[in-house]
Design a protein around this ligand. Structure first.
Ligand code: DC
Length: 233
């Protein structure tokens, strides 16, 4: 079977990473959670006090610091195709999921310098194909020639419930309302930013998973992949 690039974009918390990881596991591909890279840069910026209370970012300082920020995504020792995320050799897998990072990541990912830096790394990761990458601009900017592009969505209420369950299961103290407002705010920023706004690529397949199960999703995508790889030269 020919190796391909699978780009999965869409709104926050609609299960992109879980889906991308499951596809990668099934195919023996590398899973890359590009959102984790934006989150790691955000954590760095927060720790170095480059994000102000109003959400503005000390852009020049962060741009100058980018060469000092090393991000590595490794297969987690826990298995399941998870990515462990390392920021300058420190394991920040858990920390980048905390509300402080979630609340600020859209401000950092709006910056052209940050995007340029991370997009270059993401393209390098896909050089040999056989990757499933999820994010917001994978099918539109990072891999415009990806053989399969999926654009995922689900209603904001359903996404908030899923994310809330995920966070509370991890013991994070947060209300459903807070989670939903963070999701709506991130949607708005992701869709309206100047650089690489969240858009469905023209040739992406739309997947609204508000009311379908993970197994159904998987069955649907495997058929799609088989039809693509069997017609590829
Ligand atoms: O997928 P996620 O929710 O972990 O992503 C975190 C943030 O990073 C999200 O608010 C938008 C940003 N992001 C982006 O701008 N481009 C990507 N390719 C991936 C994520």
């Amino acid at each position: 079977m020919k190796d391909i690039i699978i780009a999965i974009d869409g709104y926050s918390s609609c299960g992109k990473s879980t889906f991308a990881r499951a596809i990668a596991e099934r195919l023996g591909y590398t899973f890359i959670d590009s959102g984790a890279m934006y989150r790691a840069v955000t954590l760095y910026a927060l720790r170095h006090r480059m994000v102000n209370a109003d959400g503005s970012v000390d852009r020049d300082d962060l741009a100058a610091a980018l060469p000092l920020i090393s991000i590595r995504l490794l297969r987690s020792a826990q298995g399941g195709g998870q990515n462990s995320v390392f920021l300058n050799d420190e394991d920040v897998t858990e920390e980048i999921r905390l509300v402080g990072v979630s609340d600020n990541v859209s401000y950092v990912s709006e910056l052209a310098e940050v995007r340029k830096h991370l997009v270059a790394q993401q393209r390098e990761m896909g050089r040999n194909k056989a990757v499933v990458m999820d994010g917001r601009d994978i099918g539109t900017v990072v891999f415009p020639n990806a053989e399969l592009k999926i654009f995922m969505t689900a209603s904001p209420e359903i996404r908030a419930q899923r994310r809330y369950r995920e966070l509370t299961e991890k013991g994070v103290n947060v209300s459903l309302q807070e989670v939903e407002s963070n999701i709506r705010q991130r949607d708005a920023i992701d869709e309206n930013r100047m650089v690489s706004p969240l858009r469905k690529a023209k040739d992406a397949v739309l997947l609204d998973n508000s009311h379908i199960s993970v197994d159904e999703q998987m069955e649907w995508v495997m058929k799609l992949i088989t039809s693509i790889t069997s017609t590829q030269p």
